[in-house]
Design a protein. Structure first.
Length: 391
């Protein structure tokens, strides 16, 4: 069997189109992202173990205030990063001199200072872009494994950009959601997907940074490769079953995304995910017409998926819970890229019929879990969905 040709680089690496005009808000977010990337292995201690200390609060306030563009906008926007570093170094000096710290605390803050002045790394130039590239690599590999064949040109080219917002992206007014100031969205084209990373310009701190792996995994897993190639309304498949599958995959792949900070990234990814799934007034990206329909769709999709996992765990103990979840996530991935004439409405019908209490679905699911490489015909037939073919 011949080796398939390599994908063009543009399909494997997200591309950020350049702009001619300097964007101070974007550069301010990038500067904070560079600092948080340098500190990522220490963010757990900074926010969790020391999060209530006045020293930690002062340093995190400086992270926000020190990245604000000067009123006169003098110099290039890239100078914001150096100005932020200097502000943080001065703040650390004040903390060490006047803070109520033991020797361990002094060493911790001096280590943060040393991280600031260390030799720049290759991935510092665009920390969000580097993270998105890692997410794309992981998701692409999982999809190819689930489908059992190279995706080739069916995997779209990806462009991305940071979109600073003047309002909190979730507009919830909830103190639990307040620190999570990042969100994502995807616009689909025939051969490409445009990923927007929405970040509240006034505040981009550790919680938002550490939640980005989960946010980007959802957008890439659930939306970037979706078929048919057009934007879709939130539904039990697109924001329910696929959200469940994307988060299942995030939990399994997180260790590859923010090495050294996988624990805090997993914690904050789970925290934001739980809030998004169950918050009664959740509004996505400020679009109030989505607020009422999104939460029920998420809950229903998650409940149906978890019911399948529980059923298989009870009757087939040879697979552990993680393996079962990943196998079911593979089914979601295959349905997402299914190109046999299956509309999103039909995929919604499939999810609502995804119950092992139905004898035909129980037989089809049993066959799939024992051999996840089988075609989808039996599953689609068991759900009552018809299509022109199976992938």
């Amino acid at each position: 069997m011949s080796t398939p040709p390599a994908l063009p680089a543009s399909r494997l690496r997200p591309y950020r189109p350049g702009t001619s005009d300097p964007d101070w808000a974007v550069e301010s977010i990038r500067a904070r992202g560079v600092v948080l990337t340098r500190w990522h292995e220490r963010l757990g201690e900074l926010t969790d173990l020391r999060g209530n200390d006045p020293e930690s609060r002062a340093l995190l306030e400086t992270l926000q205030f020190g990245a604000r563009p000067a009123r006169h906008r003098a110099g290039p926007p890239a100078a914001l990063l150096e100005r932020l570093r200097e502000a943080l170094r001065r703040q650390i000096d004040l903390i060490v001199e006047y803070g109520q710290l033991d020797l361990r605390g002094i060493e911790f803050y001096r280590a943060l200072e040393a991280d600031l002045v260390a030799t720049p790394q290759a991935d510092e130039e665009d920390p969000i872009g580097v993270l998105l590239e890692r997410v794309c690599d992981q998701v692409h590999a999982f999809y190819e494994q689930a489908v059992g064949a190279p995706l080739g040109s069916s995997w779209p080219g990806i462009t991305w950009k940071v979109v600073p917002t003047r309002l909190h992206p979730y507009q919830a007014g909830d103190p639990d959601l307040a620190p999570y100031t990042a969100a994502g969205s995807v616009a689909l084209g025939e051969q490409q997907a445009d990923v927007d990373v929405h970040i509240y310009a006034q505040h981009f701190g550790p919680e938002a940074y550490l939640s980005l792996p989960a946010i980007l995994t959802h957008e890439v897993f659930a939306h970037v490769p979706a078929q048919p190639r057009r934007d879709h309304e939130p539904s039990i498949f697109t924001e329910g079953f696929l959200d469940w599958a994307a988060f299942t995959f995030f939990e399994a792949s997180c260790r590859h995304l923010l090495r050294g900070a996988e624990g805090p990234a997993l914690h904050h990814g789970r925290r934001l995910h739980d809030l998004r799934k169950g918050h009664p007034k959740f509004l996505r990206l400020g679009r109030t017409d989505e607020g009422d329909g999104l939460t029920p769709a998420r809950r229903a999709g998650h409940q149906l998926a978890e019911a399948v996992v529980t059923w298989w765990e009870r009757h087939n103990p040879e697979l552990d819970g993680t393996a079962i979840r990943l196998r079911l996530a593979g089914l979601a991935a295959r349905l997402n890229v299914h190109d046999g004439g299956l509309e999103m409405s039909a995929k919604d019908e499939f999810v609502t019929a995804l119950s092992p209490r139905r004898p035909a679905m129980e037989r089809a699911l049993t066959h799939y879990f024992r051999d996840p490489t089988v075609g989808l015909d039996a599953l689609l037939a068991a759900s009552g969905v018809t299509t022109r073919g199976s992938r």
